[in-house]
Write a protein that binds this ligand. Structure first.
Ligand code: ARG
Ligand code: ASP
Length: 716
């Protein structure tokens, strides 16, 4: 238990040394010890207890994990939920058709009964969190192999979980922090009835689309409104018409006073994944090998899909969400690589490593961590490259091949567990396929196949290429034509027909389908020759990363270290701040409606502006939502450290009021996942007043404004 004590000491000592303001994603229950003082020195008027408390309602009770992939927040005492348009995108898309196009026209429910149900979408609260390190690491000693260590920890975690008394909609999640040096548990409460209340048209919610994505200056009204419904007694319940709007423990008041450069900002949400403590050898590999491979594959896939979307409106609706998803990280990786190079991230890491080595001059064991990393990353390079290549080509971008895995699981169910299990899984598969085919065009996918399969054959070591593909590469287009015309996977009627046969016959047909055969041959090859050695190396890398993390903390006892993001609830705080993207250029931290009009390109699918918005801008019918300059603010920048999953997070002012809605980061700073740099890492938020203006003046949904609590903190 030496380690636990060491961590307590580390936490107490920690706030002696300040990081640069803005950096870090902190745990709400450690704010008092680690951050409160600094936050208050930056202007915050709240206490740590106002933000996170298990004894009384606090800000955390208004923060909701949205579907597990985004953040959202409660903004009325009737469970009104604010999140990003891009977080609600699939839900909005699922209610859209060419005739009734919510994406294009927007949607505003007039009454509760007009609000639209979204099966599968959930809203998850954190009831409380706890440090369970001591119990999680009970019986763990330094001499254990990583497998032995993990198996003890797994047993401990099971025991900890079993010790919680949970009701039907409660759950407990335990996650490792600091790469397995600490463990925290989270008791969650999940509401499964979440309905769509309102969304602006895409020309507002996704204004600037992919061209402006990850870019400042930004003019996107990236928001949508949902509502949580509860069963009798305000308890979580599955969807039912009888459910009532949820009455929350806390809802965020909304500030009408806006922001100025230097104002305190707090972003509260569920950041997904970061890697701040990688050794330089790993970062080098990302910049030189892995990012370029992934970017080039998506380049090709996106070009093909874009061509079809521009040519046909119905394709555009079908592929809009998928396209945005693929384009999003494609663009992010490009920015990330550039930012890592332009801020000299590798050199900085190397300098840090030198200092680390110097401070451990008399500890050869610790010193050996870095050269061991280097060897392991080198040894793993070809496997990591091939894995990324395979996953981009065969599971993310060629849609038909992505069905192979699902079919294999279905067959496994039958072969291992029999008919009943097969049938129950079959229902899920059918549901999935319905959604899949609704948005699927085999002729587009076939082109993607021809292009990406060719890249694979030409760029990946032939050892990891299926024989049939090597032969096919003599004329990949022709091969793709044959494949897509022969496979039942490419035809919804044939596929559904097969799945309605008795299991034995269905399985026989699936197993002899050419797409299934190719996909299975390919994935077996990758499993045996790539994943197996990759995973062996990765286990060692992870083990080393845990030791490195521990050694870093022990080597620099006066520094504070925040744990990498892992989809748990975090706080990041900073200030409203512009930046200098390059020499001679300064970016202001706030954009305005006149900037929307500047970008306006009539008829363009990214930069068209709705006539009503033009009208409002001309008549200056801004109500109480304008800034002191008389214009409507659209977006603003902060120095908050955020990542994917933070979308939809509230931006909160010094007093605990909502001032904005986080949705993106700036291009130059997307490398903040690996190397936060305070000079250029900025998060982008929609100004809360733009949200109110659109709901009130644009949509005429004043009844929603009435639910909210609007405040003037600066006047008081
Ligand atoms: N870049 C933001 C994030 O990573 C927004 C993505 C949605 N917008 C888009 N145009 N794809 O999620
Ligand atoms: N746009 C991201 C999200 O959806 C946020 C980010 O990566 O900054 O979570």
């Amino acid at each position: 238990m030496k380690k636990c004590r060491f961590f307590v000491v580390f936490i107490l000592l920690a706030f002696a040394n300040m990081l640069c303001a803005g950096e870090g994603m902190w745990l709400p229950l450690l704010l008092k010890a680690l951050n409160e003082e600094e936050m208050q020195s930056m202007g915050m008027k709240l206490t740590a207890e106002d933000i996170y408390s298990i004894n009384k309602g606090s800000l955390k009770d208004a923060i909701v994990h949205f579907g597990g992939f985004c953040t959202s927040e409660i903004i009325s005492d009737q469970g009104l939920l604010l999140t990003n348009h891009h977080c609600g995108y699939s839900a909005i898309q699922s209610h859209s058709s060419v005739e009734n196009n919510l994406l294009k026209d927007g949607f505003w429910a007039k009454t509760n009964s007009d609000e639209l149900a979204n099966p599968g979408l959930f809203a998850r609260f954190i009831d409380r969190m706890e440090d369970v390190t001591e119990k999680a690491l009970m019986g763990v000693t330094d001499d254990l192999s990583s497998e032995e260590r993990q198996s003890i920890i797994d047993k401990n975690l099971d025991a900890i979980k079993a010790s919680y008394e949970l009701s039907e909609f409660e759950d407990v999640i335990i996650r490792p922090f600091y790469h397995g040096n600490q463990y925290f548990s989270f008791v969650t409460v999940t509401y499964n009835d979440v309905r769509l209340v309102g969304t602006p048209p895409e020309s507002i919610g996704k204004f600037g689309s992919d061209t402006d994505n990850w870019v400042w200056p930004r003019h996107t009204g990236d928001f949508a409104l949902f509502r949580i419904y509860a069963g009798p007694n305000n308890e979580p319940a599955n969807y039912s018409e009888a459910n009532k709007p949820y009455n929350p423990k806390h809802s965020l008041p909304i500030s009408l006073d806006g922001v100025e450069e230097g104002d305190f900002t707090l972003v509260f949400g569920f950041p997904g994944r970061t890697n701040q403590y990688l050794p330089s050898s790993a970062v080098e590999q990302i910049v030189e090998t892995l990012n370029p491979a992934k970017i080039s594959i998506r380049d090709s896939a996106l070009k093909i899909i874009d061509g079809h979307m521009r040519a046909d409106e119905s394709v555009r609706i079908q592929y809009a969400s998928k396209f945005a998803r693929v384009a999003n990280y494609w663009k992010k990786w490009i920015g990330e690589s550039q930012g890592l190079v332009s801020t000299g991230a590798i050199a900085k890491k190397k300098k840090f490593e030198e200092e680390f080595l110097n401070k451990n001059a008399d500890n050869p064991e610790i010193r050996s961590i870095l050269p061991r990393f280097e060897k392991l990353y080198k040894a793993n390079e070809e496997y990591a490259f091939t894995r990324d290549y395979y996953s981009e080509v065969a599971s993310r971008n060629i849609e038909l091949l992505s069905l192979t895995g699902i079919m294999n699981r279905l067959i496994d169910r039958y072969e291992n567990n029999g008919r009943d299990d097969y049938n129950s899984y079959l229902q899920r598969v059918k549901g999935y396929l319905e959604g899949f085919y609704k948005n699927y065009r085999p002729e587009i996918d076939r082109e993607v196949f021809a292009s990406l399969a060719k890249m694979y054959v030409e760029n990946v070591n032939p050892l990891y290429t299926p024989e049939s593909l090597k032969v096919a590469n003599r004329d990949m287009e022709n091969f793709a034509k044959g494949l897509y015309s022969q496979s039942s996977f490419a035809d919804p009627n044939k596929m559904m027909g097969i799945l309605s046969l008795p299991p034995e016959s269905a399985i026989e047909k699936i197993k002899t389908d050419p797409v299934f055969m190719l996909g299975t041959e390919w994935s077996n090859l990758i499993d045996a020759k790539v994943n197996a050695p990759y995973n062996r190396n990765k286990t060692q890398i992870d083990e080393l990363q845990r030791k490195y993390m521990q050694a870093i903390i022990e080597t620099f006892p006066k520094k504070r270290f925040y744990p990498d993001a892992n989809s748990t609830m975090r706080i990041s705080y900073g200030q409203v701040n512009g930046y200098q993207p390059r020499d001679g250029v300064t970016y202001m931290p706030v954009t305005y409606l006149n900037g929307v009009i500047e970008k306006y390109k009539p008829g363009d699918y990214e930069f068209d502006v709705h006539p009503k918005l033009i009208e409002l801008s001309e008549s200056k019918d801004f109500g109480e939502y304008a800034d002191s300059n008389g214009d409507i603010p659209i977006c603003f920048l902060g120095s908050n450290h955020t990542t994917g999953g933070n979308s939809g997070s509230p931006a909160i002012d010094a007093h605990g009021n909502l001032i904005g809605l986080n949705f993106d980061r700036v291009w130059e700073g997307t490398m903040s996942d690996i190397n936060y740099d305070k000079s250029i890492c900025r998060n982008i938020m929609v100004d809360a007043r733009y949200v109110l203006f659109i709901v009130d003046k644009f949509a005429g949904a004043g009844h929603l404004i009435k639910e909210m609590k609007l405040v003037h903190p600066k006047a008081n």
